[in-house]
Write a protein that binds this ligand. Structure first.
Ligand SMILES: *[C@@H]1O[C@H](CO)[C@@H](O)[C@H](O)[C@H]1NC(C)=O
Ligand SMILES: *[C@@H]1O[C@H](CO)[C@@H](O)[C@H](O)[C@H]1NC(C)=O
Ligand SMILES: *[C@@H]1O[C@H](CO)[C@@H](O)[C@H](O)[C@H]1NC(C)=O
Ligand SMILES: *[C@@H]1O[C@H](CO)[C@@H](O)[C@H](O)[C@H]1NC(C)=O
Ligand SMILES: *[C@@H]1O[C@H](CO)[C@@H](O)[C@H](O)[C@H]1NC(C)=O
Ligand SMILES: *[C@@H]1O[C@H](CO)[C@@H](O)[C@H](O)[C@H]1NC(C)=O
Ligand SMILES: *[C@@H]1O[C@H](CO)[C@@H](O)[C@H](O)[C@H]1NC(C)=O
Ligand SMILES: *[C@@H]1O[C@H](CO)[C@@H](O)[C@H](O)[C@H]1NC(C)=O
Ligand SMILES: *[C@@H]1O[C@H](CO)[C@@H](O)[C@H](O)[C@H]1NC(C)=O
Ligand SMILES: *[C@@H]1O[C@H](CO)[C@@H](O)[C@H](O)[C@H]1NC(C)=O
Ligand SMILES: *[C@@H]1O[C@H](CO)[C@@H](O)[C@H](O)[C@H]1NC(C)=O
Ligand SMILES: [Cu+2]
Length: 576
């Protein structure tokens, strides 16, 4: 990849500081790859390359990424997951939220500074696209690293699930009357650093900082290193007090840095394992290996051992982590957003995901552009559309988001624009949040991160300050659930945003090239902001009285009838 790094000396500070500008010219292109060694397929790469480059910045750097969509047959976009984009909400990436889709042939310019540190990743935010390859880790060096001097080297590891079929095909099968229960496609393989035979050369008696990123689409993964313990020191860009464990669990989109101290001698090599959480899969296809193994290689002349089988998984509970900065629980809350989530069928017979009975559908005008072009009405959630789950937050408010999971699955929720405090998270089957869950109060110094799993039929309560004017997506990071509508939009301080933000002309050009309106309310009405006629709507509900069970029965009777006919035809055609 072509990277031009211009180093600018900023002399206006009393202390001279260096800030680099990283300029990327990214042609988004099709590439052929076979990361699991079992199936060669087209993947989405950059400048003819895949796996994508791991990026490495320093706090304070500027990033300018010129994203040229050369795919020919798909639109695209880019999101730098975990960055707050403070003052640059227009650079955040999700189409329909902060920008228009970059249609084939268009170029979109992302230009922002990186004011955080830690482990992140960049990925397409276009409907269901990144699992086809457009995702990779990036890291931001911390000049004030609290663990500086306590490790010798950094080791970059990504975990991922992997599909042989392309996403557009899989999505068609997933959101379909033929899949009324919403069974998600099961990955074909797990990958460690986009391969299945990674060896990491290590030297004895050293300490390594492993920076682990789950860039997958669906599966959470357990991760452990045989014969070695790990000390967790960072999650999602937040340094934590070191917590020792034998195993971690990373949902899709989560990151974790651990310190690993090697053995004093080179007597053996050790397996490290990523194991997909099969609880997430409705069925486990015969022959599926949910595991991927790599090795800490002390000595090339020794064998690479097969891992021992584990009967139980007992990963560290991230709720117990403590941020090094000691930030205490905020509060009390000024504003609470409660989201009850469930899965259900709509009138087309397919299965969708809902917050408060609404399945998200992207508005005609990206919500950020509506916030900027509807004047004083931007504080009224109505302008953002009927099916967008838009919530307007007041500048400076302490905001709680409560998620009540009425579904038997695990879901990793991601908030753009913030790392939130995790004040409460229930066990399985507790039901909706109620204050009796916190009889002992909230943790004094709660864990913070940007992606958090809610347990089956459980709940969580997260808190943050609305101090980042912008429009921020809140969604499940299981990409199947995002495409089936498990999303909401936090419109934070829209009036302040109007006075702070001006959109690059390039961004509106991208809209025009794609024929997407960028002014007015969700329906692109530029005069009557509360008139939503013509807006995008989700599929209409089932007629009343029609149940999910009815749909399943209907589909099965159709399939049975079809099989019956096929059998008759087959017998009919067979020679006597
Ligand atoms: C594993 O490594 C070998 C040798 O480096 C290589 O030939 C093989 O293709 C690799 N397999 C996979 C699945 O990456
Ligand atoms: C991107 O594609 C353009 C047009 O084909 C080409 O001129 C340019 O060299 C490519 N850039 C890179 C970095 O590959
Ligand atoms: C990033 O670059 C710095 C400086 O060259 C280096 O010390 C660090 O190990 C790199 N980090 C990663 C994750 O590659
Ligand atoms: C787009 O083009 C790629 C590369 O030729 C192809 O593999 C893929 O199936 C196409 N996708 C769609 C949705 O047309
Ligand atoms: C990026 O943004 C900065 C600050 O607005 C501006 O000075 C710079 O010219 C921009 N760079 C590009 C390449 O547009
Ligand atoms: C993992 O892959 C990335 C990108 O190819 C590379 O920079 C990194 O060094 C790899 N990690 C190891 C441990 O080989
Ligand atoms: C966490 O680390 C900080 C800084 O090292 C320290 O002051 C604090 O006491 C630690 N907290 C706990 C609960 O260990
Ligand atoms: C994957 O790893 C788990 C945990 O060690 C083990 O129980 C399971 O048998 C492994 N599966 C396969 C197919 O190797
Ligand atoms: C919603 O509006 C956008 C932009 O105007 C349009 O491209 C898209 O097809 C619509 N989506 C649906 C699901 O109707
Ligand atoms: C709150 O939850 C507890 C158990 O967790 C239950 O006993 C109690 O009835 C609930 N209260 C309300 C108001 O729902
Ligand atoms: C955004 O920047 C403002 C002004 O510098 C600051 O007060 C606020 O804490 C920042 N918020 C986030 C989430 O970074
Ligand atoms: Cu989900």
């Amino acid at each position: 990849m072509a990277v031009h790094v211009a180093v600018l000396l900023l002399t206006c500070h009393a202390l001279a500081t260096f800030a680099a500008t990283h300029t990327f010219d990214w042609n988004i292109t099709w590439v052929t790859a076979n990361p699991d060694g079992a199936f060669e397929r087209p993947v989405i790469g950059i400048n003819g390359q895949w796996p994508l480059d791991v990026l490495n910045f320093t706090k304070g750097d500027r990033v300018v990424a010129n994203v040229h969509n050369m795919l020919g047959n798909q639109s695209t976009s880019m999101h730098f997951h975990g960055l707050f984009q403070n003052g640059t909400s227009d650079m955040d990436g999700p189409p329909g939220v902060t920008q228009c889709e970059i249609s084939a042939g268009s170029t979109f310019v992302y230009n922002f500074t990186v004011d955080q540190t830690g482990s992140y990743w960049y990925h397409s935010h276009t409907r269901g696209q990144y699992p086809d390859g457009l995702r990779q880790a990036f890291f931001v060096d911390d000049p004030n690293d609290p663990y500086k001097g306590q490790y010798d080297e950094e080791v970059v590891l990504t975990l991922s699930d992997w599909y042989h079929e392309q996403m557009p095909t899989l999505i068609k099968g997933f959101i379909s009357v033929l899949n009324p229960t919403g069974a998600e496609p099961v990955p074909n393989a797990a990958l460690l650093n986009d391969t299945q035979n990674l060896t990491v050369s290590v030297q004895p008696g050293k300490t390594y900082l492993f920076r682990i990123v789950n860039v997958g689409a669906f599966a959470g993964q357990y991760f452990w290193v045989e014969g070695h313990s790990m000390r967790i020191v960072e999650v999602d860009g937040v340094w934590t007090n070191a917590s020792e464990t034998d195993m971690i669990y990373l949902t899709a989109a989560q990151r974790c840095s651990v310190l690993v101290t090697t053995k004093p001698d080179t007597g053996a090599n050790f397996a490290m394992v990523g194991s997909m959480d099969t609880d997430l899969f409705d069925t486990i296809p015969e022959g599926l290996n949910p595991n991927v193994t790599g090795w800490l290689q002390y000595d090339v002349s020794q064998t690479l051992p097969q891992p021992q089988s584990k009967d139980t998984f007992d990963p560290f509970d991230d709720f117990n982590l403590i941020p090094v900065d000691g930030q205490e629980a905020l509060g009390p809350a000024d504003h609470t957003v409660t989201l009850d989530m469930k899965m259900d069928n709509l009138g087309d017979g397919a299965n969708y995901a809902f917050f408060n009975e609404i399945t998200y559908i992207a508005p005609k005008v990206p919500s950020l552009y509506s916030a900027l072009s509807t004047g004083g009405s931007a504080v009224n959630p109505t302008v953002y559309g009927t099916d967008t789950n838009a919530f307007v937050l007041k500048k400076g408010d302490v905001v709680d988001i409560i998620v009540n999971n009425d579904d038997p699955g695990k879901h990793p929720f991601h908030l753009h624009g913030h790392a939130f405090q995790v004040l409460a998270r229930s066990d399985d089957d507790v039901g909706h949040w109620n204050s009796s869950q916190a009889v002992n109060g909230f943790p004094q110094v709660p864990m913070r991160r940007d992606t958090l799993m809610v347990r089956p039929q459980g709940n969580f309560l997260i808190r943050f300050v609305a101090d980042n004017p912008g429009v921020w997506f809140f969604h499940c990071h299981i990409y199947w659930h995002l495409v089936s509508g498990l999303a909401a939009v936090m419109v934070e301080a829209p009036l302040e945003l109007q006075s702070q933000l001006s959109i690059l002309s390039n961004h509106y050009e991208v809209c025009r090239a794609g024929g997407v309106p960028y002014l007015g309310n969700a329906a692109a009405n530029t005069e009557h902001y509360f008139d939503l006629e013509g807006e995008n709507r989700s599929v209409a509900p089932l007629p009343t009285g029609f149940t999910t069970g009815g749909i399943v029965a209907l589909v099965f009777s159709c399939v049975a009838a079809f099989l019956g006919l096929a059998t008759i035809a087959w017998y009919g055609a067979a020679p006597l």
